[in-house]
Design a protein around this ligand. Structure first.
Ligand SMILES: [Zn+2]
Length: 431
């Protein structure tokens, strides 16, 4: 039998790194047990899946090529799987640059929120843009930024619209933008992000009249795969969060939770109780808390969002302790206009090493296959192994150790989605 024909061959890779070849989700010591091959190549077939990867001579022997095969010279670059951002909020209009400065001069996040600014300002602008039909190009721009930064798969949340119709419209806009965008996306309904001004003091009514019906309709209309809630003082309490998420689960959605960002509201216990997929933030989780052990022993992923720690001057989540205790750990950007206006997962990797004391190998696993597991995609993306989608990022770094060490470097040299180079095209969109 003849060897399969390669559509694309990425050759002369300095070092190729892919997560340990153990089933996802990856925990404990296996997070650091990445596979590294120097002098590597990756061959991708016509269907966009990886045919062979590893030592260049072996890859070239395993596949055939013809005049139509695209050869891409990596010129010694570091190759990693396309990054997977399992927590982003890209459906919003405008930005909050003015608030950024205010906050840096002393105003607190909760203070701005209580004064009717912050997230409510984004909600008002987003509703207007949805009504005017002007939001899609803004969402597309956010996805372009992610792709240019090396993210090839992203979970996209709603949560800046907060009426039944506007939340569903947010999902619809995402669906429309994603249809012809190279980034692979999943959609999460974050109807319970904050209590909108028209429901002031009536969070329970908001859950019953808006959030739960939105989850049910999102499923009926095929618009989302997960539901998320912001469990925090001033937003939703644990009873409200649980009522919404359980209803969403019953409708067919996976449950995600923003929890332990500023305070312990019982989010970990609730996540384990209802079988949520993840609890994200965890900056308020004490490193020696018995709750940390309970999370580590469960099948709920802990998603670290270190860019929001940087942005808000908050503690970093106890990543080292979570990994050592055996937790499923993933890492994401939390891209949003108020508390993490940044899409760079490579910067998130640096911060997780510096702030949460993780290893380079651990953050690689946490932003690839483990993040894909959170999104239910771990059988397709997050590894450079045969059968996985040919999503590859080439970085101008001599080794994996240099990736988090070179803080804030725009080191992305090439982005491939399904074997097609897309990085340069994406940059052109807003150049
Ligand atoms: Zn978030």
């Amino acid at each position: 039998m003849s060897s399969p024909r390669a559509h694309t061959i990425i050759h002369d890779i300095g070092t190729m790194v892919t997560p340990a070849r153990v089933p996802a989700p990856i925990r404990g010591d296996d997070l650091a047990a990445v596979v590294q091959v120097s002098g590597a190549a990756i061959a991708i077939g016509d269907d966009g899946a990886i045919l062979a990867s590893g030592p260049e001579a072996e890859v070239r022997a395993a596949v055939s090529s013809d005049d139509d095969t695209q050869f891409h010279d990596a010129r010694g670059a570091l190759a990693i799987p396309g990054l997977v951002d399992c927590h982003t909020h890209p459906v919003f209009s405008g930005d909050r640059a003015a608030e950024f400065e205010l906050r840096n001069l002393g105003a607190g996040y909760e203070e701005i929120h209580a004064a009717g600014g912050g997230i409510r300002a984004s909600v008002a602008r987003t509703r207007d843009a949805l009504d005017a039909g002007t939001i899609a190009p803004q969402v597309r721009r956010h996805l372009d930024w992610m792709l240019a930064a090396g993210t090839t798969t992203a979970e996209c949340k709603t949560g800046y619209a907060l009426t039944l119709e506007h939340e569903l419209e947010s999902l619809k806009v995402l669906q429309g933008v994603a249809a012809d965008h190279p980034l692979r996306t999943t959609r999460t309904l974050l109807a319970a992000h904050t209590v909108p001004v028209e429901f002031d003091g009536r969070a329970d009514a908001y859950i019953d009249e808006v959030a739960i019906p939105a989850a049910q309709r999102a499923v009926r209309e095929g618009r989302a795969t997960a539901a998320d809630v912001f469990l925090e003082r001033g937003s939703f309490d644990v009873a409200q969060a649980e009522r919404y998420l359980v209803a969403a689960q019953q409708a067919g959605l996976v449950a995600r939770i923003h929890g332990d960002q500023f305070t312990d509201q019982g989010g970990i216990e609730m996540a384990v109780r209802i079988g949520a997929r993840s609890i994200d933030h965890l900056e308020a989780l004490e490193p020696d808390a018995p709750r940390l052990r309970a999370l580590a022993q469960s099948d709920v992923a802990g998603v670290l969002l270190p860019l929001s720690s940087l942005f808000l001057g908050r503690p970093y989540a106890p990543g080292r302790e979570l990994v050592d205790a055996g937790a499923i750990v993933a890492l994401a950007s939390d891209f949003n206009p108020g508390s993490s206006y940044g899409e760079s997962l490579t910067l998130a990797m640096s911060l997780a090493c510096l702030g949460s004391r993780l290893r380079a190998s651990e953050v690689l696993t946490a932003t690839t296959v483990n993040a894909a597991w959170v999104l239910g995609l771990a059988d397709r993306v997050g590894r450079l192994d045969p059968g996985y989608r040919g999503d590859v990022v080439l970085l101008d770094q001599p080794s994996l150790a240099h990736l988090p060490y070179h803080v804030g470097s725009p080191a992305v040299r090439g982005v491939f989605v399904g074997g097609l180079e897309v990085g340069a095209a994406a940059a052109g969109v807003y150049a």
